[in-house]
Design a protein around this ligand. Structure first.
Ligand code: ADP
Ligand code: MG
Length: 228
């Protein structure tokens, strides 16, 4: 297939406000190939979260078009879009959003169910994914019984358990120390290499550049690209 993992064309997002419109994104155009790990860098307020939310169909651009694997997400009905998102996109957030009273296994199982992973495949898929992030032995641990880095690896495993085509990760390492950041980024890089999925990962930290094939810089909602 020749469709790009991401094709964004002249994407704009304006937030209306009493003190004047905020142009969070302006004429953002770029493409991500399948199997690429792209770092999205930019200071706080540069538009990273807005862009990731628009790409994952959690928010709608005010102008422009977004194709994910050739699919125009704005053209989808809400129900279809939700299903598509759960099956095809893996989100990893800075606030990991793990369910605190659930074990690691159960956190992955919730996502696998939502993403329509067939029941008979789920246990193996969940254990395999936990193995890949190095936490198979922690399957029955709850988040509070794990370190911050382990929790973020569980959050990554949860995003990967549906075998999505694209991972959108919004500052997943900003709460982690630098050793743990390296550990988490190398887990993600390993998935890109083995599974050929694509990752767009936002960060205000240059460490991410070392793991990415390409770096896209956002400055005041506009793209400024250079080689990674
Ligand atoms: P980043 O993730 O890079 O910190 P954001 O996408 O969160 O950037 O924000 C980009 C700009 O849009 C900022 O100026 C921010 O204040 C503004 N913004 C973000 N979300 C909203 C919102 N819901 N309403 C109004 N302005 C917003
Ligand atoms: Mg943000």
């Amino acid at each position: 297939m020749t469709d790009k993992a991401i094709a964004a064309r002249d994407v704009g997002r304006v937030y209306p406000s009493d003190s004047g419109d905020v142009h969070a994104l302006r004429n953002v155009s770029f493409e991500v190939e399948r199997g690429q790990f792209v770092a999205l860098r930019g200071r706080s307020g540069s538009g990273k979260t807005t862009l990731l939310n628009c790409l994952g169909g959690l928010d709608n651009p005010t102008s422009g078009a977004i194709l994910i694997q050739g699919t125009d997400i704005a053209a989808m009905e809400e129900v279809e879009r939700t299903r598509w998102r759960r099956e095809s996109i893996g989100f990893v957030f800075q606030q990991m959003g793990l369910l605190h009273s659930f074990s690691a296994y159960e956190n992955l199982d919730v996502m696998a169910r939502l993403g329509n992973v067939p029941r008979r495949d789920r246990p193996r898929r969940i254990f395999d994914t936990l193995e890949r992030v190095g936490l198979r032995d922690y399957f029955d641990h709850r988040p509070y019984e794990m370190s911050g880095g382990q929790q973020q690896r569980i959050a990554i495993a949860r995003a990967l358990v549906t075998e999505p085509d694209l991972i959108l990760a919004d500052e997943p390492t900003s709460e982690l120390d630098s050793d743990t950041t390296h550990e988490v980024l190398s887990v993600l890089q390993d998935f890109v290499r083995r599974k050929g999925l694509s990752i767009l990962l936002s960060s205000h930290d240059p460490i991410a550049d070392d793991y990415a094939d390409r770096v896209i810089n956002l400055v005041d909602g506009q793209i400024n690209e250079r080689a990674g």
